[in-house]
Design a protein around this ligand. Structure first.
Ligand code: HEM
Length: 207
């Protein structure tokens, strides 16, 4: 069967979606494997928190890759998995924040906890920007919000930039990794700016 015909086949799309879901679960499964084999080193809580944070950030970047992939390949299947990737990013962000509270700073005096260090404030901003996106990701909410849905969902750019700053700020070593992610982020935002206009990078703005 030629690729173009196969890629429009609903069974092929279902398989693709399943494959993407399995890939998105890999960080969780790998971490569970490490927990079961007691392979988390002297500070398991830190490793768990960092793994979930990294997975959330990588999935946010993956979400932003879907539009360029659609444009380059002409295949709309990429867009069909975009929402799922975004929700997985939010899922890992929730696990990241929960493990931070559980293993690193505790559940008492949350305000003092979240305002303790600048990188935590940046992380909290990133997380807060993701919440309305997750809450309005259903088909019903897309319909209800109508034209307001798109400007709201541009909050993903705020979330990913804050998440990157949060990532860089707390880094103690391996600056190369952060620079690599930063270059990728700038390229993804620049592509969007060039293709659709720079104003489309501004969240909550009409048009
Ligand atoms: C209230 C929100 C958040 C808090 C309190 C928080 C807290 C933390 C803490 C304590 C660390 C570990 C720092 C260390 O190594 O000492 C961390 C790392 C990290 N966080 Fe967050 N975070 C938040 C939100 C987010 C969000 C929304 C994302 C991504 C979408 C994110 C991505 C990351 C990444 C990528 C790392 C580095 C992981 C690594 O070193 O491999 N964080 N965060």
């Amino acid at each position: 069967m030629p690729m173009t015909v196969r890629s429009r086949d609903p069974r092929w799309l279902l398989l693709f979606r399943l494959g993407v879901a399995v890939l998105a679960l890999v960080p969780l499964l790998m971490l569970l494997g490490r927990i079961l084999t007691r392979d988390l080193g002297p500070d398991p809580g830190q490793v768990i928190t960092e793994s979930f944070g990294l997975a959330a950030f990588q999935l946010l970047l993956a979400t932003l890759c879907m539009t360029p992939l659609k444009r380059w390949t002409g295949w709309s299947g990429w867009i069909r998995v975009r929402r799922m990737l975004g929700l997985f990013a939010f899922f890992y962000a929730c696990l990241h924040v929960l493990s931070f509270l559980q293993f690193i700073l505790g559940w008492t005096d949350l305000w003092a906890t979240f305002t303790k260090r600048p990188y935590i404030i940046l992380g909290a901003f990133a997380f807060l920007s993701l919440v309305p996106l997750a809450l309005t990701s259903t088909k019903g909410m897309v319909k209800r919000l109508g034209k307001r849905w798109k400007p709201l969902h541009r909050l993903i750019y705020v979330a990913v930039v804050f998440a990157w700053l949060h990532f860089v700020w707390q880094a103690r070593s391996d600056i190369g990794e952060m620079v690599g992610y930063g270059v990728m982020l700038v390229c993804l935002l620049a592509l969007r700016g060039v293709w659709f206009g720079w104003s489309t990078l501004i969240p909550l703005r009409k048009g």
